[in-house]
Write a protein that binds this ligand. Structure first.
Ligand code: MG
Length: 379
């Protein structure tokens, strides 16, 4: 089902403004501005490191060929975002670029690593925020050009990196003034957060079952979103084995969530009388949403995953390890910054040791930080 929300995305605003880059760039070579951004993101070093970063399973992931890492998760979010953007008549190239870059600022060890790094920085009066870190990666840390730093991405992509999952107060973040902080982001950026939620919700059910942390009996009895589709599959294919019925149900769950997102978002735009991106930017809330009944099921599924997967004893042991490694190395390097590699040590004078060390740790893959941990214990 197609919708035409064309004017509520970047197509609806001054293209020269939204495609403006930090530094002058040669004119288009046949690709659109956002296709060029997508290509720069895919060619970046930080993007390749996503392959070595945990999504949910850290050390367990090393034992399975099939559980997601941040790169495969990113590709799933990209597929969903591109599909939804196209069906809504939005700029699919922008949605694709934003999805590809959305997790680029994550430290190793998934959520546990991020939390540990944030807690470590708080002891110095600072915070770690993966969206703001992603912006620093694409504007400062990537080195692809002889005369400037960063990937020189368009304003719309930088705005989406900052704002796809949350709002920042203009008062609290004067350094982000150019990103229209008091306004809602274009619809292409708004759908990324839900594409992300949908991708990991369904993926974590599958990976949790495969890892043996979730049991199919519990999932099909207690997870409402999945249960109905599982029963439908049982009725349709009474002879099929449970693994296949489970895959049928997962596929239908994913499809139902994405379809609902597209329908409800189009419905919101209509009921709020939003005609242009300017209207959307001034709307009191984001309009990319799931319908209330679907949102209730999503919430129930997320609560279920917290209780049965994310906070399970198996993953708790991994989280504890992540916290110990991140905090111990952070402390060791902030106390003795001369232990840092020369290019990171060089940043201590400018940024201070806590930020320089946090940036160093945030860039690491899981296996890189594990090696650093072993070296630290041997030293
Ligand atoms: Mg994500």
């Amino acid at each position: 089902m197609a919708h035409n929300l064309h004017a509520c995305g970047v197509f609806g605003e001054d293209q020269r403004l939204l495609t403006a880059r930090v530094f002058p760039a040669p004119p288009s070579d046949g690709r659109t501005a956002f296709e060029r951004d997508r290509d720069r993101i895919v060619q970046s070093r930080a993007f390749r490191r996503l392959a070595g970063k945990t999504q949910v399973f850290t050390r367990l992931a090393a034992e399975s060929d099939h559980s997601r890492n941040r790169l495969t998760h990113t590709l799933e979010v990209t597929q969903i975002a591109r599909t939804a953007a196209s069906a809504l008549g939005l700029n699919a190239d922008l949605a694709e670029a934003l999805a590809l870059v959305h997790d680029i600022g994550h430290p190793p060890f998934g959520h546990a690593g991020e939390q540990a790094l944030d807690e470590a920085l708080r002891t110095h009066g600072m915070r770690f925020d993966h969206n703001l870190h992603a912006l620093r990666i694409v504007t400062t840390f990537e080195e692809r050009y002889a005369t400037f730093r960063g990937l020189n991405l368009t304003l719309a992509v930088r705005e989406g990196i900052v704002k796809h999952s949350r709002d920042y107060s203009a008062h609290g973040h004067p350094e982000l003034a150019e990103y229209f902080l008091d306004q809602r982001p274009p619809l292409e950026a708004q759908i990324i957060d839900l594409a992300d939620e949908i991708a990991y919700l369904t993926a974590d059910i599958e990976d949790g079952l495969a890892a043996g942390i979730l049991s199919l009996d519990t999932v099909k009895d207690q997870l409402q979103l999945f249960a109905n589709f599982y029963r439908d599959a049982q009725r349709a294919y009474p002879a099929a084995e449970p693994r296949l019925l489970s895959n049928e149900a997962l596929k239908k769950t994913l499809n139902a969530l994405v379809t609902d997102l597209m329908q409800q978002t189009a419905h919101q735009v209509r009921t709020h009388g939003i005609q242009t991106l300017a209207d959307l930017r001034q709307a009191p809330n984001r309009v990319a949403q799931l319908s209330p009944p679907m949102e209730a099921k999503r919430k129930q599924a997320k609560d279920f995953l917290y209780a049965n997967l994310y906070l399970s004893p198996t993953l708790a042991a991994e989280h504890h390890h992540a916290e110990e490694v991140v905090k111990t190395l952070f402390h060791a390097w902030t106390t003795n910054p001369d232990l840092l590699p020369p290019d990171h040590f060089a940043r201590v004078r400018e940024e201070g040791a806590p930020r320089a060390v946090a940036d160093y740790i945030a860039g690491m893959t899981d296996s890189y930080i594990e090696q650093a941990w072993v070296a630290h214990k041997l030293a």
